[in-house]
Design a protein around this ligand. Structure first.
Ligand SMILES: Nc1ncnc2c1ncn2[C@@H]1O[C@H](COP(=O)(O)OP(=O)(O)OP(=O)(O)O)[C@@H](O)[C@H]1O
Ligand SMILES: [Mg+2]
Length: 384
């Protein structure tokens, strides 16, 4: 309930005003002096102040100031005997809500003015509450925004790290085949007496070392668009043979028959080492699929390639365990592997996919569980 403080040094007026507000919605305190009014306001608080302007002790204007100081939302109505504009203005200047002229001819008009002051107070209180809650919401939003920005930064950072991780893993993956080849050849040279054979092996070591260099350069500049000046005319028959030889040097192919049937004069405009990587990965997968599924001597991996009017195509098929139909769509995803930890990283086919699409090619896979798998690639025919 709002506290209405009424101040006037004329007892009759105080009596009249008390009678007007007695049964109203306010708790009413009447004061005959300014000092008493100040005491009441300081002790009990004040919401509405209806005060005579000219009190013998503390002026009505001073009481107004005190009321506003005690309660920012307090509304004050000044009662004055002088109908001067000056009085009215100075009251309003001091932020009084309104003023009333003596003699009090129309007490209902006063009642109305106090009611309006009370309404204004309610509206101001509500506005203030809304502003406070908006401020709170705003600061909550600011916190949420800062949090979101921080998360975004972290995400960008972790995506970058993941990208670097995939790149590093990809390089390690692709380098391992020629590296194993080099190790095998180096060991063979140590035990070989035939100088001509040693020369041949050392030539191969140089070739594999170049492969490694190319792989590192190509994979680390993967995101850059390949410039045609780096492309050469790759002869598939030779590159497929080289790839198979590299797989045989670097992996256990015992008991698996690997054959290649490439039409003569099948060419691709590409980088030799990348085309070789495609076939190394596909043939290795074939050998691994066959090894787990077929008896020794029964497994085979066949590579074939050729061209028609529009396309150069390549195919790698095996009679291994196959891929379940519901997993076919996942095999090109990075890090998808069904192999034991340490045996497979799940990067082989992803690298194949990236190289094939880099040359505007497509790759598809067909597989029958228990019977085998076939990968088919198609490239648009270049000028070569
Ligand atoms: N010829 C295939 N026959 C059966 N399953 C295959 C064949 N090729 C790929 N897959 C399946 O696809 C998965 C992904 O192959 P991918 O070459 O990308 O990785 P990986 O061989 O498992 O490991 P990594 O190549 O990194 O050593 C394999 O784990 C295997 O489940
Ligand atoms: Mg693989």
């Amino acid at each position: 309930m709002k506290h209405l403080v009424i101040v006037d040094d004329e007892p009759v007026i105080l009596q009249i005003l008390n009678a007007v507000f007695e049964d109203g919605p306010y708790r009413v305190t009447t004061c005959a002096t300014g000092v008493q009014a100040e005491q009441v306001m300081r002790g009990e608080g004040v919401d509405l102040l209806l005060t005579d302007k000219n009190l013998p002790d503390i002026s009505g204007m001073e009481l107004l100031r005190i009321a506003k100081e005690l309660n920012e939302l307090a509304e004050v109505i000044i009662v004055t005997g002088y109908a001067s504009l000056e009085t009215a203005l100075s009251a309003l200047e001091l932020d009084a809500f309104d003023y009333v002229l003596k003699p009090l001819n129309n007490v209902f008009e006063i009642k109305k003015k106090v009611e309006r002051a009370a309404e204004k107070q309610d509206i101001r209180a509500e506005n203030r509450r809304l502003v406070e809650s908006l401020k709170l919401k705003n600061s909550e939003l600011e916190i949420a925004l800062a949090e979101a920005r921080k998360l975004q930064q972290e995400l960008i950072q972790s995506e970058k790290l993941a990208g670097i991780g995939t790149l590093a893993a990809g390089i390690a993956h692709e380098v391992s085949s020629p590296l194993f080849g080099i190790m095998g050849l180096a060991e063979a040279i140590g035990e070989e007496d035939d100088l001509a054979l040693c020369h041949e092996y050392s030539g191969e070591i140089v070739e594999y070392s170049r492969n490694i260099r190319d792989i590192v350069v190509e994979l680390s500049s993967y995101s850059r668009a390949s410039s045609s000046e780096y492309l050469t005319t790759v002869e598939l028959a030779k590159t497929v043979d080289d790839a198979i030889r590299l797989v045989e040097r670097s992996a256990d192919c015992s008991g698996v028959t690997i054959t290649a049937e490439v039409a003569p004069e099948t060419f691709l405009q590409a980088r030799t080492s990348e085309v070789q990587q495609i076939f190394v990965n596909l043939v290795k997968n074939g050998i691994e699929a066959v090894g787990d599924h077929q008896d020794p001597g029964e497994g085979w991996v066949r590579v074939s390639a050729g061209s028609d009017d529009d396309h150069v195509w390549g195919r790698v098929e095996d009679n291994g365990g196959g891929i379940p139909a519901d997993k076919l769509s996942m095999v090109f995803d990075p890090f998808y592997t069904t192999k034991d930890p340490g045996k497979g990283t799940g990067l082989g086919l992803n690298i194949v996919y990236r190289i094939v699409t880099k040359y505007q090619g497509t790759i598809s896979v067909e597989s029958l569980e228990g019977s085998g798998t076939r990968f088919l690639m198609k490239f648009p025919r270049g000028d070569a």
